[in-house]
Design a protein around this ligand. Sequence first.
Ligand code: NI
Length: 375
Amino acid sequence: MSDKEKLKKDLTDWFEWFHAHPELSYEEYGTTDKIREILTNAGVKILPYDLETGLVAVIEGEKKGPVQALRCDIDGLPVTEQTDLPYISECPGKMHACGHDFHITVGIGCAILLQAQKKDLAGTVKIIFQPGEETALGALKILATDVMDGVEQIWGIHSDPTNEVGVLGIREGYVAAAADRFVIKVKGTGCHGAHPDDGIDPIAAATAIVQGFWTIPARNMNAFHPTLISVARIQAGTTWNVIPETAEIEGTVRTLDREDRVLFEKRVKEIATGVARAYGAEAEITWIAGAPSVYNDGKMAEKSSVVAEKCGFSVVPEESSMGGDDFSLYEENIPGCYIKIGTGKGPTIHQPNFRVDEKAILPAAEYLVELLMEV
Ligand code: NI
């Protein structure tokens, strides 16, 4: 068996193991141990950070060059798998339904291949195996270390079930949204359902606030900029004939452009406060800022496309998503590029029947190695 065949087999076996043993955000203990064991056996150095879960591998090239990072997220989701895969999840109610098992395995493949080519590698590559991406803030755990010191650019990957194996989605610009959350408590005055004139109905105010929100994308935002608001929870009352004192509204705002994000937040607050007041009620707003939008640097996108074609991949324009990814937190001070790797067309991510074609693993690792080595 050639070295390449051996690596391909190992990567497939490891992928199947990770797939069968998904762990939720910040509980990735077994996953971290397994990554550590594989990398240690391969002679790859692991940085001595005191991370509960997740780890950072480093490959120091023997030639002078830049410090680059590659981010691979490692957590699974609370989804019950519904596939007929022979390596189906062995953990009830948990599944690698976002392909992070694929990201882990590609990251491992990349580390092993780079380690073997250290002589020719110019500069240093840090491979970040990040916990808690699904919470949208796991990157903060990594950023609390000094791992990003000196890093000049960062690459990210994601499995893509809208493209076949051999196809990469790459594009300059915004590719994932800022994902902010809001909770609004509308305070009125409770009363008998038969005598609404005795109180201030928070439900009437809350429903008017929600109706007001729909006008923000349509009336306040540039029509060429994608933005959205979703109200995902409205809660009020306990029975049929009592008007409650409060009502709660919770939801998310998604924006790509940084200025739109600021304006959207301002409008949500203005509408909630103003409409509540018009109904005689009061609105208390809690704004929970998530990770900002992911922006692909032009030069990095260009380079990754050129290398992709050299490696035999076909490149299509990357689709923007209103989903978020905390990869953006690494991009606060340095350029980044987030590449979508075709893993076979099928059900979308986060679905119980999502699956990754294993044929995508080795070529993706080889491609990233080319990309990281070409400086
Ligand atoms: Ni994901």
